[in-house]
Design a protein around this ligand. Structure first.
Ligand SMILES: C[S@@+](CC[C@H](N)C(=O)[O-])C[C@H]1O[C@@H](n2cnc3c(N)ncnc32)[C@H](O)[C@@H]1O
Length: 231
């Protein structure tokens, strides 16, 4: 049986799911990745060269992990997510004054060419239309602006791929079911089918106005970072 919602109900199902798992979300992330997730986030902020003077959108910020790292560089941040539950859990962790905004990646509440960089962690596969969200990024990122999209991936090496498959498809849903929400942590591996192949993603990014697209494998291929520059 699949944990994937029907396409027309996806946005609502995803939002409700994150509302539900929000209180334990950070703990599960650290546990599932052995804390590598934070290393991957920091590395992408560094690779984009984010610093004072930048205005950065953390798209689908969740509890604000990436936004927090960006703020530490001296840049300004808009930490946007559509799940009220995730934003409330983030507010509890980050304290008042953190720049959370409730909004939808499909209709960003930002002016054209208003940000110099975008970071986005583990959210692509949750969007109803990746192409529509990338087109919004093309609108709000100024020419020369940089983006980094972190997502799950599958190792290329067959042996690693088999081990990763067992961990991701069996262990994560089992532990997630025990500690958090069984349905949500079955959705996590299944939702990887929503991710386009590399060439398709590159085509979408080019169509949205980006060039110099690069893919970096993270954690021996368990995750990936896609970086690109606005033309
Ligand atoms: C797996 S979490 C990632 C959170 C955070 N970026 C991180 O690195 O841990 C995915 C997030 O995407 C958000 N999300 C999914 N679709 C969205 C949309 N259309 N607009 C805004 N946020 C969205 C969810 O609410 C959730 O917080």
């Amino acid at each position: 049986m699949t944990a994937l919602p029907a396409p027309e109900a996806k946005a609502r199902a995803v939002r409700q799911m994150f509302d539900r798992i929000a209180p334990g979300y950070d703990r599960m992330n650290r546990l599932m990745t052995g804390r590598l997730d934070q290393h991957w986030r920091r590395e992408q902020v560094r690779k984009l060269g984010i610093g004072p003077g930048d205005v950065v959108l953390d798209l689908a910020t969740g509890t604000g992990d990436l936004a927090e790292i960006v703020l530490d560089t001296g840049a300004r941040v808009v930490a946007l997510d559509f799940s009220r539950g995730m934003l409330m859990a983030g507010r509890q962790r980050q304290g008042p004054g953190f720049p959370f905004v409730q909004g939808d990646g499909n209709r960003l509440p930002l002016a054209d060419a208003s940000v110099s960089a975008v970071v986005c962690g583990f959210a692509l596969r949750n969007f109803t239309s990746i192409a529509a969200v990338l087109s919004e990024l093309g609108r709000v990122v100024k020419p020369g602006g940089r983006i980094a999209l972190i997502e799950v991936d599958r190792p290329a090496n067959p042996l690693l791929r088999a081990g990763h498959g067992f961990y991701f498809n069996r262990v994560v849903p089992f532990v997630g079911g025990l500690l958090s929400d069984r349905q949500a942590y079955r959705y996590l591996p299944e939702s990887a089918v929503y991710l386009p192949e590399r060439d398709e993603l590159v085509r979408m990014l080019v169509d949205a106005g980006f060039h110099r697209v690069q893919k970096q494998r993270l954690g021996m291929g368990a995750a990936q970072a896609i970086r690109a520059v606005r033309r």
